[in-house]
Design a protein around this ligand. Structure first.
Ligand SMILES: Nc1ncnc2c1ncn2[C@@H]1O[C@H](COP(=O)(O)O)[C@@H](O)[C@H]1OP(=O)(O)O
Ligand SMILES: [Mg+2]
Ligand SMILES: [Mg+2]
Ligand SMILES: [Mg+2]
Length: 321
């Protein structure tokens, strides 16, 4: 069945399994107790404290090696430049994904390996991992996700969000364009408009955007939590929007989650309402910020309410410098 399925279905089926293997590696490193944290901003990354742990490095190695072994011509762009080798694992694939093959459009069925860009965030929420260990507050680990996003012609067509610390054995939420969302049942209405935003990268523009939303009853409450993946899961499970009016996150933070949110009827753009592009040569930073909304609110209301001066300070830069 696997070999008969189209390339995109096989890539997603493998990526679901690989994300779960990466989640296991993250848990093993955490259980070992020695994160070997480095601060990437010290090696010229700029932009303030930017931690990377042994879990980030091992998870990325596992994901990239496994996918490249089975799909030689895909282009993979991962967050971490430094990785740590880990034993080769025979991944297999997730059988449920294969069932999507019959639902896929012909255009997606005909996608070839050299036409996709795979955006990998091996561990989203590294700041929360560092804080969880420092404060011995393991509840923060629920905010950790593994993100694998698949882009075709510059736009997301599939996404995988693995949440290793969700309940006891973790969970994987995945979607292929036009084939629905799997791994959770999205909330389709809520009496309260809760907006989620950053815990560790707050700034003047982030706060001002949230204040503006509150005045228009688009944010009854604001929750500050970590991770782009975790915040989109919160939007899928009842929050109204994820608003990040800052240039800090990258294409690997948003490609997977945009594909999953889109499949649930939500929407993700920059804060000016522009689509985020995912070609292999784009600027890695999401310089226009991130606005993700649930299916049951109007995305345009949030765009219209964010002050123009904040948008002007977050221009879109689409080509790599
Ligand atoms: N200034 C920044 N520098 C590095 N990464 C950032 C920055 N801002 C956001 N991110 C990335 O975007 C994610 C969402 O941001 P936040 O948690 O602040 O809402 C973070 O988990 C982090 O991903 P990662 O943990 O993979 O490095
Ligand atoms: Mg990081
Ligand atoms: Mg990230
Ligand atoms: Mg990361």
């Amino acid at each position: 069945m696997f070999n008969k399925a189209s390339f995109l279905t096989r890539l997603v089926a493998s990526s679901v399994r690989v994300s779960e293997a990466a989640g296991g590696i993250i848990k093993n490193v955490m259980a070992g107790g020695d994160l070997k944290i480095v601060d990437k901003s010290e090696s010229g990354g700029g932009g303030g404290y930017d931690p990377q742990t042994e879990a980030d490095r091992r998870a990325q190695y596992c994901i990239v090696q496994s996918l490249q072994r089975h799909f030689h011509d895909i282009k993979i762009i991962g967050e971490e430049e430094d990785t740590t080798a880990c034993p080769e694992l025979e991944m297999g694939f997730n059988e449920d994904v294969l069932l999507s093959d019959r639902l896929m459009s012909n255009e997606l069925k005909e996608i070839k390996e050299n036409e996709v860009v795979v955006w990998v965030d091996p561990l989203d929420g590294t700041s929360e991992v560092a804080l969880a260990v420092k404060n011995k507050n393991l509840a923060l680990l629920e905010q950790v996700t593994v993100l694998i996003g698949i882009a075709y012609k510059g736009r997301p067509v599939a996404g995988i969000i693995h949440q290793p610390y969700h309940s006891t054995s973790g969970r994987t939420v995945w979607a292929i364009k036009g084939c629905g969302i799997h791994g959770l049942v999205p909330v389709t209405e809520s009496s309260q408009k809760i907006v989620v935003t950053t815990r560790s990268h707050l700034s003047e523009s982030v706060s001002s955007a949230l204040e503006a939303l509150k005045t228009r009853n688009l944010a009854d409450n604001v929750e500050k939590v970590g991770g782009a993946g975790y915040k989109v899961l919160k939007v899928l499970e009842g929050c109204a929007a994820y608003v990040f009016a800052s240039a800090g996150c990258k294409k690997w933070d948003t490609c997977a989650v945009e594909a999953v949110l889109d499949a649930a009827g939500g929407k993700l753009t920059d804060i000016s309402g522009r689509d985020i592009r995912y070609e292999s040569d784009v600027q890695l930073n999401n310089t226009g910020g991130v606005l993700a909304t649930a299916s049951w609110v109007k995305h345009q209301d949030y765009i219209d309410t964010i002050p123009q001066e904040i948008k002007n300070n977050l221009p879109e830069i689409s080509s790599k410098k």
